[in-house]
Design a protein around this ligand. Structure first.
Ligand code: ATP
Ligand SMILES: Nc1ccn([C@H]2C[C@H](O)[C@@H](COP(=O)(O)O)O2)c(=O)n1
Ligand code: MG
Length: 255
């Protein structure tokens, strides 16, 4: 209603002289652009509300990316790795690229608004209705920024629990040319994991959203544990299904 009144107001105001028409024209344009922004925000809000969102947490090298690949194959999720989105920013020489590279080399955390905006862009531009958000949130600040910008919380949180020794071994033998896969940066990332990531894990545990998965064993063994968790979310996942993702029910019925 208020929007309709705002739209009408330039027309009902008296247009006594051409001098007066300039501000009225501007006000009409402003009204239209404010209205377009409101409509885009409402559209985005209603899309976000209907998505199935799973956060995937775990220390460096715990196997988040590896398990996400299996979840994508089996359940038709779209995989958004926060680290990959940041690395893509670096590679594209974007405005923030150089600063992001410095932060990643130091094993630190990129400012939350940068990471959340990258995630938001993917969530909004994709046709998908279910997402794995891997490596996010890495801190309480990340979590709060997501809640504020996206306007909601995840449906579930997976946490891959892995001993430090095993994580270090896996990262050092990864061989993907990552600037942070060296022993100095790994030590820093492990400290950040203890100090900033674990409070987020505890937060979701207290909210009853956390599913802790032992990340020890073969990739297949770990994925079996993951499937057991997803089997409890059949109803919610089916609500988020659409013609692009007919695989969910099939995958769950196969178990
Ligand atoms: N269960 C496993 N056993 C042995 N090696 C594994 C296992 N799962 C993954 N790996 C290997 O360990 C390395 C790290 O795995 P992955 O990249 O999935 O971890 P990540 O949690 O995504 O790490 P990061 O946070 O650094 O991105 C990869 O080389 C991967 O092939
Ligand atoms: N929420 C995030 C996720 C990642 N980063 C930065 C810092 C990480 O060490 C690096 C690599 O991430 P990964 O691929 O290991 O998930 O990216 C961040 O700052 N904030
Ligand atoms: Mg990864």
């Amino acid at each position: 209603m208020w929007r309709q009144l705002r739209l009408l107001s330039p027309f009902v105001a008296p247009l006594k002289s051409s001098f007066r028409q300039v501000p009225y024209t501007w006000s009409l344009m402003e009204t239209f652009s404010a209205d377009t922004a409101n409509m885009a925000e409402e559209k985005s809000f209603s899309r976000m509300k209907n998505l199935f969102l799973a956060f995937v947490l775990g220390g460096p090298g715990s196997g988040k990316g590896t398990q996400c690949e299996r979840i994508v194959e089996t359940y038709g999720f779209t995989h958004l790795s926060a680290g990959d989105l940041l690395r893509r920013e670096i590679a594209s020489n974007s405005e923030h690229g150089a600063a992001i590279l410095d932060i990643i080399k130091e094993g630190k955390i990129v400012p939350s608004n940068v990471t959340v905006k990258l995630i938001q862009r993917e969530l909004e531009s994709s046709e998908s209705s279910r997402f794995l958000i891997d490596g996010f949130p890495r801190s309480d600040e990340n979590r709060i920024a997501f809640e504020q910008i996206i306007g909601r919380e995840p449906d579930l949180v997976l946490f891959f629990d892995c001993p430090e020794e095993e994580m270090v071994k896996r990262v050092l033998s990864r061989n993907q040319g990552r600037v942070d896969d060296n022993i100095e940066t790994i030590k820093k990332r492990l400290t950040v994991f203890q100090e900033l990531n674990l409070p987020v894990v505890n937060y979701y545990a207290e909210k009853g959203k956390l599913h802790k998965v032992s990340a020890v064993g073969t990739v297949d063994e770990i994925f079996e544990r993951v499937q057991q968790i997803f089997s409890n979310y059949k109803c919610l996942l089916d609500q988020s299904s659409d013609e692009n993702f007919p695989v969910m029910s099939t995958a769950l019925h196969k178990q």
